[in-house]
Design a protein around this ligand. Structure first.
Ligand SMILES: NC(=O)c1ccc[n+]([C@@H]2O[C@H](COP(=O)([O-])OP(=O)(O)OC[C@H]3O[C@@H](n4cnc5c(N)ncnc54)[C@H](OP(=O)(O)O)[C@@H]3O)[C@@H](O)[C@H]2O)c1
Length: 263
């Protein structure tokens, strides 16, 4: 199995993980639709691809959920169908619960959860009709456990697991695969772009991300796991062990996290 001639729609493709994924899939012969809010950044990604002719741009804002059905229609019209929907666009948060405004909590949920859900619902009927498709969702290890300063982010990623685990059951007989991807620390601007409690941009590189896995290495590791149709995927450094500790020794994990710097 390979991505040759497969049609993949990647959200959050203007930087970080989505950008790295776009280059790798384009190298493997996939036809791409790349999306995020910033057209100029997407144009740069397109031009950096080995085969830019195979790359189409659709700008979208995951907060504007009422526009996502039309965006999906536009995407479906480009190549006629979508084999892989990579729901990767997202935003993080760096603030304590008591300092975080409700509007910030809602914004994180809108982008990471409702935007992802809306886009998926818009693409799903075409996959069901073709009895073929693969929905990939970028969650996080924060989708498996929570730490300080990330309450809304962890909640939004946990919500994705509940939703997409359920969807996986519903569409199994339609030959549609669902993969939840849980990165650990990946060296991107995710922390810089994270929201503080008042909604302003955090603008600092997190230590975890600074020392994290390069995004292109992450994408290289991810691709074979997607081709193997893995249902849940963990890629990162030793922080990945938190997933197993949560399952087997949750109190120990909580104690460890209390003593860990989590900026
Ligand atoms: N890096 C890590 O350590 C890490 C770990 C676990 C999970 N993740 C997840 O990985 C995914 C990608 O993040 P990243 O690390 O690559 O960070 P990033 O470099 O900040 O990329 C985030 C992407 O999401 C897009 N985006 C943000 N808000 C959006 C909105 N309202 N509408 C549409 N697109 C939006 C951004 O594009 P525009 O600004 O152009 O809209 C950008 O392309 C996220 O879901 C993140 O939660 C990352």
């Amino acid at each position: 199995m390979s991505f040759q001639d497969k049609i993949a729609w990647i959200t959050g493709a203007s930087s970080g993980i989505g950008e790295a994924l776009a280059y790798k899939l384009n190298n493997q012969g996939a036809k791409l639709i790349i999306s995020s809010r910033r057209r100029e950044a997407l144009e740069e990604v397109k031009q950096k691809c080995k085969n830019p002719a195979n790359v189409h741009i659709i700008t979208l804002d995951l907060v504007q959920t009422d526009q996502l059905a039309a965006k999906a229609e536009e995407a479906l019209n480009i190549f006629g169908h979508i084999d892989y929907l990579f729901n990767n666009g997202g935003i993080s948060q760096r603030s304590e619960v008591t300092d975080t405004k409700m509007e910030v909590i809602r914004r994180v949920m809108e982008i990471n959860f409702f935007g992802t859900v809306e886009l998926t619902k818009a693409v799903l009927p075409s996959m069901i009709e073709r009895q073929s498709g693969h929905i990939v969702v970028t969650s996080s290890v924060m989708g498996k456990f929570g730490t300080r300063l990330r309450s809304s982010y962890a909640a939004s990623k946990h919500a994705l697991h509940g939703y997409f685990d359920s969807l996986r059951q519903e569409v199994f007989d339609d030959n549609i695969k669902v993969s939840l991807v849980c990165p650990g620390f990946i060296k991107t601007n995710v922390t810089k772009n994270a929201l503080e409690g008042d909604g302003s941009k955090h603008n600092k590189m997190g230590k975890g991300q600074q020392n994290g896995m390069p995004a292109d290495e992450f994408a290289k590791k991810l691709i074979p796991k997607i081709l193997k149709e893995k249902e849940e995927i963990y890629i990162g450094g030793k922080e990945i062990w938190g997933v197993y500790l949560k399952r087997l020794f949750p109190r120990l994990l909580n104690k460890m996290l209390r003593n860990t710097e989590v900026t």
